[in-house]
Write a protein that binds this ligand. Structure first.
Ligand code: PLP
Length: 389
């Protein structure tokens, strides 16, 4: 008996595998510092936990509508709409099991087997898996040297494509698209009739004067080709709740709800209640988390630069993506990360996972003392590499 080709094409998340390995090493007594995780180190807000406890007590633990509860869809339409400066109706929102699941559902709803979907490097590895699982074909487009989007290269690749996936702030670089770049992408999408799949999971974790712009704000006609996904994992420290959503044209939202009704049934009732509470009144912790991530970003990036590494300043999310080009041997970033793990028990993610082998990703979703410790370990390791010539 054999596993299907389709299932075999999905290798499993490289970052989750690394994070698990780090946990196993720590459990075996090693003093591991893991910067592999894409998970806030803060506790889920009390307001969310209280809402879930109340739901359990009151027995609100049954199936919900496949598209999510009416009240959560209304809360999402209202808060997502106002934070993006647009009007959304609940019929343009479908709640999903997570942002990851939202991405899979969106692809299932709009691509046919063999269609090309553009992935913009550096790209979160799970996009490849989602595209391949949908039966479509991922086409990678390299970035500009500053890790921003290369609109000319995107335009060239767009001629034969059906869609493009966008993530701002970006995992792994933290890059935030400018409004001009977004308008450039929209013009390309209009010319070549592409779907724009906009992953906005890190939008609340933006460190500039305002939140990263969503392409949904670019005008009503733009919205006909935009499917935006979001979720509670990153900005509300709700990773284990597995809850997300899609904003898009009614017909696609309806199709997604139908697929969901026949696959998972409906999103988790308790997670929906918890998320709704946090939308109706943003937990007071969140502002503090954003400031704290920003301070950690500054600490980490200036520390990396002091160690002689080239690192663009991330505008959002909680990752830095420095170049390690001068320190690589023939094994590339994977060998660099293996050696670092072996000699310093510091876990970081090789750039190959994101399509850029001369970089590595470090998560700064950890406390300042651990960040300082990580920088010391990395400094020792780089000194060793330099000494080897
Ligand atoms: C870019 C991006 N999108 C989506 C997700 C997944 O979010 P969720 O936990 O809601 O599935 C992640 C998690 O690492 C991510 O980095």
């Amino acid at each position: 008996m054999k596993v299907s080709q389709r299932a075999s094409s999905v290798a499993g998340s490289a970052t989750l595998t690394l994070a698990t390995r780090a946990k196993e090493m720590a459990a075996s007594g090693l003093d591991v510092v893991s910067m592999a995780v894409g998970e806030p180190d803060f506790s889920t807000p009390e307001l969310v936990r209280e809402a879930v406890r109340t739901s359990v007590t009151k027995g609100r633990v049954r199936y919900t509508p496949a598209a999510g509860t009416t009240s959560l869809r209304a809360a999402l339409a209202s808060t997502a709409g106002s934070s993006r400066g647009i009007e959304l109706t609940p019929s343009q929102v479908v709640v999903t099991h997570s942002c990851k699941h939202a991405l899979n559902l969106v692809l299932a709803a709009v691509v046919e087997p063999g269609d090309e979907v553009l992935l913009l490097e550096p790209v979160w590895g799970s996009y490849d898996a989602a595209v391949s699982w949908s039966g479509a074909r991922a086409v990678r487009v390299a970035s500009r040297p500053d890790l921003g989007p290369d609109l000319e290269a995107i335009a060239a690749a767009a001629r034969t494509a059906k869609g493009v996936m966008l993530n701002s702030p970006t995992n792994p670089s933290g890059y935030v698209w400018t409004d001009e770049e977004l308008r450039g992408l929209l013009a390309i999408a209009e010319e070549h009739d592409l779907w724009i799949i906009s992953d906005e999971i890190y939008r609340r974790l933006s460190y500039g004067d305002k939140q990263a712009t969503s392409p949904l704000s670019l005008g009503e006609s733009a919205r006909e080709r935009i499917l935006a996904v979001d979720g509670a994992s990153k900005s509300l420290a709700m990773t284990g709740f597995r809850i997300g959503c899609v904003f898009g044209p009614e017909a696609v939202v309806k199709a997604i709800a139908n697929v969901q009704s026949e696959t998972t049934g409906c999103p988790n009732a308790l997670s929906q209640a918890g998320w709704e509470a946090a939308l109706l009144e943003e937990p007071p912790e969140v502002d503090g988390w954003v400031s704290s991530f920003k301070a950690r970003r500054d600490l980490l990036v200036s520390g990396l630069r002091d160690l002689g590494m080239e690192c663009a300043m991330p505008g959002g999310a909680f990752y830095a993506f420095p170049s390690v080009a001068p320190f690589l041997d023939e094994r590339g970033s994977a060998g660099f990360c293996d050696d670092l793990l072996e000699s310093e028990q510091l876990v970081i993610v090789p750039g190959t996972v994101f399509g850029m082998d001369d970089h590595v990703r470090l998560s700064y979703a950890l406390g300042e003392p651990q960040l300082q410790e990580a920088l010391q370990r990395l400094g020792r390791f780089l000194d060793g590499r330099r000494a080897q010539g």
